[in-house]
Design a protein around this ligand. Structure first.
Ligand code: SF4
Ligand code: SF4
Length: 357
């Protein structure tokens, strides 16, 4: 019998520390499922890449998201009960939508998923979080509603809703020692979330250190810079060249852009495959990734309060710089005078004097 041949290069392959990971994704917060829809546009990696194991050495991933699942009804819910019983294995809990305050009404519920067999009553989203968060290896809040409350937590809302860190506590840690991981955005930028999930898979596999997060629990490599830092209209800003109506290619700060004070990478990254964005393609940044969103940014289409001061301050400098650059550009747009077809050479070249022998 011929022995099976094992390629030499296979020694580069290592089994992950955890072989299988389930992703239990609650879309039953107060939300619109926009983050789930958004991540289907990701390409680096795509959700299909992750589920089909395109990157070797990572755990096999099983996704349980009601918007994307094949199963429905009880068949879909069985994974939730298995996780609750501690029989599902390692899982990451993803929460989408803000967390309502179920303590402020006498009867009924704000949000729920599935039915409790014992009571015949809906199982609230809060109860699922209470049951599953302590058993998860990692808990991820996707979108600004789940991370910080978002639009549903606006002043005047009747649900008293909040983000996951407000609900579980900002110092909360999973049983694997991970803080809540927040990936804000309204909706989340597709690759921002998939990159974060990928990082967590690397971490669970034992191939990456603790995920780096900022004070707002956001991955630092995604949210460490401002919109303005990555906006390709910042050149106009620097020269105090501001748009005064939509459709202009210039800086939008006077039309309501909050980019200089907002942590987000969308203009630099684009929305899908580098295409799209916000101020880079003509839409003001409304600060949708920020814990203060939306109340602290409204009314959106007014000039931000600090922008008037900073644009006045940059006004004189910007006009002078623009003038100086204009002169320099005029010069740079002219070819050097020695490029001509006259019969003499005027480039400054002097042939070497022949050496006498
Ligand atoms: S459009 Fe917004 S983000 Fe872009 S340069 Fe102007 S202020 Fe900054
Ligand atoms: S650029 Fe502003 S509006 Fe656009 S996704 Fe980022 S924070 Fe939201």
């Amino acid at each position: 019998m011929v022995a099976a041949t094992v390629p030499y290069g296979r020694k580069t392959q290592h089994s992950p520390a955890v072989k299988e990971v389930h992703v239990l994704w609650i879309t039953a917060g107060l939300g619109c499922d926009g983050d789930t829809v958004s991540i289907t546009a990701a390409t680096q990696p795509s959700i299909e890449d992750v589920l089909r194991g395109a990157i070797p050495g990572l755990p096999k991933v099983y996704l349980h998201n009601p918007v994307l699942a094949y199963e429905n009804g009880d068949e879909f819910m069985k994974y939730w009960y298995l996780a609750d019983d501690g029989r599902l294995g390692a899982f990451v809990l993803v929460v989408e939508g803000s967390i309502p305050n179920e303590k402020i009404h006498r009867e009924g519920y704000w949000a729920a998923l599935g039915t409790d067999q014992r009571t015949g009553q809906p199982i609230t989203t809060c109860e699922w979080i209470d049951r599953l968060a302590p058993k998860a290896v990692a808990v991820v809040a996707i979108g600004t509603c789940a991370t910080y409350g978002g639009i549903h937590a606006m002043e005047g809302n009747p649900t008293g809703c909040m983000g996951l860190p407000d609900y579980l506590g900002w110092d909360w840690k999973s049983k694997a020692g991970l803080p809540i991981v927040c990936v804000p955005g309204c909706p989340v930028q597709p690759d921002n979330f998939m990159e974060t999930l990928l990082y967590l898979l690397y971490q669970v596999a034992g191939l990456a250190p603790m995920i780096p997060l900022d004070d707002c629990l956001r991955p630092t490599w995604l949210f460490g810079k401002t919109v303005h830092d990555g906006c390709d209209r910042a050149g106009y800003y620097e020269q105090a060249d501001f748009a005064h109506e939509y459709g202009s290619p210039k800086c939008l700060v006077k039309l309501g852009c909050w980019g200089p004070v907002v942590n987000c990478n969308v203009p630099k990254r684009g929305w899908m495959a580098g295409i799209g964005g916000c101020p880079n393609v003509g839409g003001i940044c409304i600060g949708c990734t920020m814990p203060g969103f939306p109340d602290k940014f409204m009314p959106f289409m007014d000039e931000p309060p600090g922008a008037r001061l900073s644009s006045v301050a940059i006004g004189f400098y910007g006009r002078v710089i623009r003038k100086l650059r204009g002169w320099t550009m005029d010069t740079a747009n002219k070819e050097p005078k020695w490029r001509h077809r006259r019969p003499e050479l005027t480039t400054g070249y002097h042939p070497p004097t022949p050496v006498k022998s």
